[in-house]
Ligand binder design. Structure first.
Ligand SMILES: Cc1ncc(COP(=O)(O)O)c(C=O)c1O
Length: 380
């Protein structure tokens, strides 16, 4: 049997990892500023995370959501504390798409409405409703097309107001990434998020803060939406929540009341996943990783802004993007193959940095030096 060939692959097999470093099957070391697509929050194979998972495996790995799983309650308490959303309710699932699927569905259950507002360049996942609110024709199969979804321009308050004036009483939810990831690191302005909040309040729609990529401390605050000083009604999260152990969640504001069987999952919130997620939060707290994301992120962005050949450095915390002009278009490729540094990308010409929140200044400097050196080589 062959693999179903849907991923364009780098010809590298990663077999070992630690902190911000990974190694291939030939022993070659790489610096990881991609974090396996923003997933590695506390660093690869963090010893506390490994120990917590190992110990849990020896107790029990899985039992279904038909019994009490005390680790889920422990996780809800810890997540409430670390995120500052202590009065929210936690529902655990398995992937970012599933989290958004549940968020959109729950909003519709709550207000009985069907229309959804999403934004240009949004990415919310690959499953049916999550992909219907994703602005990329290549990912949307005919069966996923959904007339209830309207895409509006990102950060355009006037367009949002005009849309609400026409359809406000039919809108179930507005879904937005606080910082668009796949779309190319586009930061939602604080006043745009505040406008979403006030229009949702005025018309009885729900604000869904997709925090799958920009959440979990990556932006330098727990949720990037926090910069605007507003609360979403539902936050979705995944990626960094398990540091690579598959797990996702939504947290739901207290005014939204649960009903039995509205949402459900077989694997979501299993014992090992909860142990992994608890380990992540314990390390985030103990090692003050949100502060580190802020500090190292500010340093990286400031230093990148000094490099005149790259353009439009943007982002928050350790979620940084910049444009690579045509003259140095091989920068990403050469960083990987010549300098052994993984970075992320967004089509057509954006380099995305999504490293572990524990990235050190020394590692940031290794990256900055490589970028400068490579730009000189590319221009020669
Ligand atoms: C903002 C955002 N939402 C949702 C998703 C989907 O998450 P998953 O791939 O875990 O389904 C992603 C994945 O990249 C994402 O970046």
């Amino acid at each position: 049997m062959n693999l179903f060939d849907v991923y364009p692959l780098n010809n590298i097999a990663i077999t070992k990892a630690s902190g911000s470093r990974v190694w291939d099957d030939k022993g070659q070391e790489y610096l990881d500023l991609y974090g396996g697509h923003a997933v590695i929050s506390i660093g690869h194979t963090h010893p506390h995370w490994v120990k917590r998972i190992e110990e849990q495996l020896e107790q029990i790995a899985f039992y279904s959501n038909s019994v009490i799983i005390p680790l889920q309650t422990e996780l809800a308490e810890k997540l409430g504390k670390v995120s500052g959303k202590e009065d929210y309710q936690l529902f655990l699932c398995n992937s970012g798409a599933e989290a958004n699927e549940n968020a959109l569905k729950l909003a519709s259950f709550h207000n009985g409405r069907k229309k959804i507002v999403a934004f240009n360049k949004a990415f919310h996942g690959r499953t049916s409703l999550a992909v219907a609110v994703t602005d990329n024709k290549n990912y949307v199969a005919p069966v996923n097309e959904n007339d209830n979804v309207t895409f509006l321009p990102f950060n355009d308050e006037a367009a949002l107001e005009a849309h609400f004036a026409l359809y406000g009483n039919e809108i179930s939810s507005v879904i937005i990434e606080g910082i668009q990831g796949v779309g190319g690191i586009n930061v939602a302005t604080e006043s745009f998020l505040q406008k979403i909040r006030s229009l949702c309040d005025q018309y009885g729609a729900l604000y869904i803060g997709d925090s799958v990529q920009c959440g979990y401390g990556r932006s330098g605050k727990f949720f990037s939406h926090d910069y605007a000083g507003v609360n979403a009604d539902i936050y979705s999260m995944a990626k960094g929540i398990g540091n690579g152990f598959p797990l996702a969640a939504i947290i739901v504001a207290p005014h939204i009341k649960p009903k039995h069987f509205q949402l459900g999952t077989t694997f979501g919130g299993n014992h090992v996943a909860c142990a992994a997620a608890l380990a992540v939060l314990e390390v985030i707290e103990k090692e003050q990783l949100i502060n580190n994301a802020n500090e190292i992120g500010e340093y990286l962005a400031a230093e990148l802004k000094k490099i005149s050949e790259i353009e439009n450095v943007r982002g928050r915390g350790l979620m940084i993007g910049f444009d690579v002009p045509d003259a140095i278009k091989d920068l990403k490729k050469n960083l990987l193959w010549k300098h052994k540094i993984f970075t992320g990308e967004a089509k057509p010409n954006v380099i995305r940095l999504l490293p572990s929140l524990a990235l050190t200044k020394a590692d940031a400097d290794v990256f900055l030096e490589a970028v400068k050196k490579e730009i000189v080589a590319l221009k020669a």
